[in-house]
Design a protein around this ligand. Sequence first.
Ligand code: ADP
Length: 310
Amino acid sequence: MIVAVTMNPSVDISYPLNRFKFDDVNRVESVSKTAGGKGLNVARVIAQMKEDVICTGVVGGTIGDYIVQQLDGRHIRNDFLRIESESRNCIAILHEGMQTEILESGPTLSEQEGIAFLEKFEGLITSASLVTISGSLPKGLPTHYYCKMIEISHKKGKRVIVDSSGESLKQVLMHEKKPFAIKPNTAEFSQLMGFEVEAEIIDLKRTLSHKIFEGIEWIVVSMGSKGAFVKHGTDYYQVTIPEIDVVNPVGSGDATVAGFSVALNRNQNVATVLKTAMTTGMLNTMEAGTGYINKNKFKQYFDFVKVEKI
Ligand code: ADP
């Protein structure tokens, strides 16, 4: 079983408008509301790949109830810690070919809630084979909170894949206990290094040989339509993908983490792990919904992915 963690889930509301009128009333006909958050996307794709998954994290209030109902409705197992404050709404207004977003920062957790979640997490991962941690931390938790989750996972002998950015990712890399894998995209990777990382193989190789990555088994730098550049142990791989018709690329990194986790969980070889990760990423970009793939297209696209040891 894979445990997919989302510490700051949301209800994602989309308001399509022909024209967005400022300082006026905007009426919306077709509202769509979905349970959002990177780890929830990961879990949805894992479930579509027919692998056993459970979602966890923290939820609160009626928005939290909605998140749970949505997952239950899709038969995705979940076990969240209930918190005092309300989970957040994230609103996207789609107008005139643009997307204006209004993102609530979400609840602030108390210290006790932070401790309570770690206890829940420790219990949940006992029967897990793999853990994924995705997205940002809610307010109230220290930036090294993911390090504590990694420590617990080490104690229990579980592999952890971390897909976060900014300060929480930095803390994870600086910590003594390392995650099993990380999956930054190019922007997150550049932000982490503090300089614009070039897409040239020689530069990528040099950057990934930096000592902050020591002890991490897999570093998958996803590069959108360019595929990925990967360090596995002491080996480097360039992964290239075919040109495809993109419908909505949002969540493709999460779908990549999902495919990566599923293949690792099935003890697949390096090439299959990377090809699966790229394929689920691509399939997500080909659907309108975030965290959805058309599994019938899997084999066709999988065969087009090329993994080259550099
Ligand atoms: P993130 O969503 O985290 O920013 P990326 O944009 O790197 O991550 O996308 C993750 C993966 O999804 C890519 O490695 C690739 O497999 C697939 N993907 C994303 N964008 C495209 C695209 N425009 N064309 C083809 N595949 C894509």
